[in-house]
Design a protein around this ligand. Sequence first.
Ligand SMILES: *[C@@H]1O[C@H](CO)[C@@H](O)[C@H](O)[C@H]1NC(C)=O
Ligand SMILES: *[C@@H]1O[C@H](CO)[C@@H](O)[C@H](O)[C@H]1NC(C)=O
Ligand SMILES: *[C@@H]1O[C@H](CO)[C@@H](O)[C@H](O)[C@H]1NC(C)=O
Length: 458
Amino acid sequence: MTKVSIVRCFLLLMHLFRYIILINSLHIPPPLPLLPLPSYSQLQWQQREIIMFFHFGVNTFTDSEWGTGKESPAVFNPTHLNPDQWFRVAAKAGISLAILTAKHHDGFCLWPSKYTDHSVAKSPWKEGHGDVVQEFVAAAAAHGVDAGLYLSPWDRHDRRYGKEKAYNEYYLAQLQELLTRYGSIREIWFDGAKGSNAPNMSYYFWDWFSMTLVQTPDGWEMKTDLLGKLLGLPSTGHHCQLAMQALLKCDVSIRPGWFWHKSEEPKRLSKLLEIYYKSVGRNCVLLLNVPPNSTGLISEIDNNRLIEFRNAINTIFSHNIAQKCVIQASSQRGGKGSSFGPENVLDNDHLWTYWAPSEENKQDQWIEIEAENEGLRFNVVMIQEAIGLGQRIQQHEVYVDGKRVANGSTVGYKRLHRLRVKEVNAKRVKIRVVKSRDLPLISSIGLFYDPYWHPNKS
Ligand SMILES: *[C@@H]1O[C@H](CO)[C@@H](O)[C@H](O)[C@H]1NC(C)=O
Ligand SMILES: *[C@@H]1O[C@H](CO)[C@@H](O)[C@H](O)[C@H]1NC(C)=O
Ligand SMILES: *[C@@H]1O[C@H](CO)[C@@H](O)[C@H](O)[C@H]1NC(C)=O
């Protein structure tokens, strides 16, 4: 070899070397997202965790749950209606969105609609000059809570109901009235509830949605029960799945009924916590109904129960015992030192930093938390997926000191396992992903102690 070619060869090698070093010091990018992905507003919605419903209307005064539509507007007469009091309670309970029944199945409108006289305008309340929707929206804004409205498609009062075109026109007109008259409405709630002998009639859901889109260009959220079914969308495919994602909610009333009844009382704290574990703890948003009473206020007893519920949640989840532990995993995308290490599940940025296993090792993926000194005393295990990149886990198991204590299917935004025992005192907690649609991406793991949990009592 000539001198020149040796130098050339040397330079080439140097170049290659630099290139290899450069590659090694660069970060490996995140894995590709797995469709369907939640939209921005769906992510926001999921993170609300608990939202509120206010069922209020003629039923509040007639001691019924489903009005007949024949109620006289004269029965609607709250003596001290004050939505500001409702939102004082809601804000204290950490609620960020509340929905009012602007019209329930009985057809009575809580606002003076131009299109019907079956409304507050014909009631003795404020001599017919009141507007509950307006007071509701103003109070929500004053307390920094988003306002939503429920407008029942089923209407037992209006004569147009059953005449498809006429009724859909009426419904759309009311929707437009609500969306234009009151400023920022963040959410419109539709559902398909209707009595078994109600007239056979189609709802023009597409028109209703389009109207909502046209009227609320700014960050709207729209939810409906059984959306996919109502729209006749196929049960597979991204569109439907995306639509269905919006339906991850559980609606529950704090009392036995949806409307206030003198004879009823709110549920016990232990029951509310059970509902919390079964809804928020299973990747759902909890829509909790707290009905105002016939005075027009939230009863003291409901008020107290709601605050008690919020305080209990704060107490349980304020201290993540896993935080002071050592953590390791079956593998790590990009190897040690990459930005996908297991330590990400213990940081405070819940959704966008996560543990990712390597692509090569698809068998037996796990992540394990180990106590440094004294044992870990807990009875709740929390797992969260990085759902911004798509939900993946299909089956998982939780082991405490080598013994399986819980298992489940999907995880999603949040999965809570309340153990079957009052508490455990352990050295190691392992979460195994048994089956997933693609590489599992876990954004958060928590171990908590729930002092309200008495497994033998319930
Ligand atoms: C309502 O209409 C649907 C579709 O047109 C039909 O299948 C169903 O039998 C009807 N039900 C009644 C109670 O008329
Ligand atoms: C409604 O709740 C308020 C506030 O607790 C209370 O003062 C009022 O007596 C209640 N009304 C009825 C009818 O129970
Ligand atoms: C949980 O474990 C039980 C008992 O082994 C099993 O029957 C069940 O299928 C498991 N469930 C899930 C979702 O993995």
